[in-house]
Structure formats: C-alpha cells, structure tokens
Ligand binder design. Structure first.
Ligand SMILES: [Zn+2]
Length: 157
C-alpha cells in the first residue's frame, strides 16, 4: 500500500483525472467511480466514469468507459489503467484480456475486486490509499446502499 505522494507524476496525474471523472459521475446522480487509460508515455488515451444509472446500462463501468474512449489501439503494452476503486472481475478481465501492463488503484477499502488476480498474471499493480477516493465511495455507499449492491452484482443483505 502506497500513498498518492509515492506515485510517479503521470500516475498521479491519471489518478487526479480519474477522481475528477468519479466526481462528475456523482454530480450526474451516478455511481462515483472514475478511470483513465494512460499510454506507455503517460499520456491520457481515454477517460470515463461509471454510467450504470445515467445510461441505464450495467456494462458501463469506469474502466470500460475509459477503455472505449481510448478507441482502437494497436496493442496495450506499456499502458496503465488508473481507477479510483479496485476493479471488479469484469474490469479485471478487461485488463488481462487486452494485455494492459499496469494497474493503479485509488483505494480498495470499500471494495476489493480482482487486482491481486491480475497481479498474479504479470500486471504491475499499485494500490494506493487515497482518502479522497475512500470518502467519495463510502459516502455514496452509505447514501445509496441498494444502488451500490446492484453495481457489484449482489443482493442487499
Ligand atoms: Zn468493473
């Protein structure tokens, strides 16, 4: 576990952009998770946020939104997926399927998806403990428990 200050400038910039996306999602009434796909050089290829509510589409997660915004890429070697929350299995599968080399996670306190699994398959994974990401998500979960459980594919306990 690292702090935001330990990130490289491009990873840190990516996390700031992902957080902006998450906040935009919240402002739209959606699930506040944001993501950015960075090139091997650290440039933003695509950015997006969860739009389950906005688009009435359960398949639009932050990572898939950023991935689609990046358009076609000849390959994903050297790219980094930056996300405000540990990726679910669906998005972890996306990282592995397309050979995205690195994964930067803003927080995994509120939810731990498949980041250990992708690390086992050779992806460089950096999990930071960004209190801003933690608070954004925990606030949302407390206010919208049913929406949160819908998003992670679970029934309310
Ligand atoms: Zn996902």
């Amino acid at each position: 576990m690292r702090s935001v200050e330990d990130l490289s400038p491009s990873d840190r910039h990516g996390l700031e952009a992902a957080l902006e996306e998450a906040r935009a999602g919240l402002a739209e009434g959606g699930v506040p998770i944001g993501a950015v796909l960075l090139s091997a050089e650290g440039e933003v290829l695509g950015r997006g946020h969860n739009r389950r509510v906005q688009d009435q589409d359960p398949s639009v997660h932050a990572e898939t939104d950023a991935f689609r915004a990046a358009g076609r890429q000849p390959h994903y070697r050297g790219t980094t997926m930056v996300t405000t929350l540990s990726p679910c299995w669906y998005c972890s599968g996306l990282v592995r399927q397309f050979g995205i080399s690195r994964l930067v996670v803003g927080e995994s306190k509120n939810f731990t998806g498949g980041h250990d699994w992708v690390a086992e398959h050779g992806v460089e994974v950096i999990v930071v403990d960004d209190e801003r990401c933690v608070e954004l998500m925990s606030g949302f979960i407390a206010e919208h428990p049913s929406l949160w459980h819908e998003d992670i594919g679970q029934e309310l306990p």
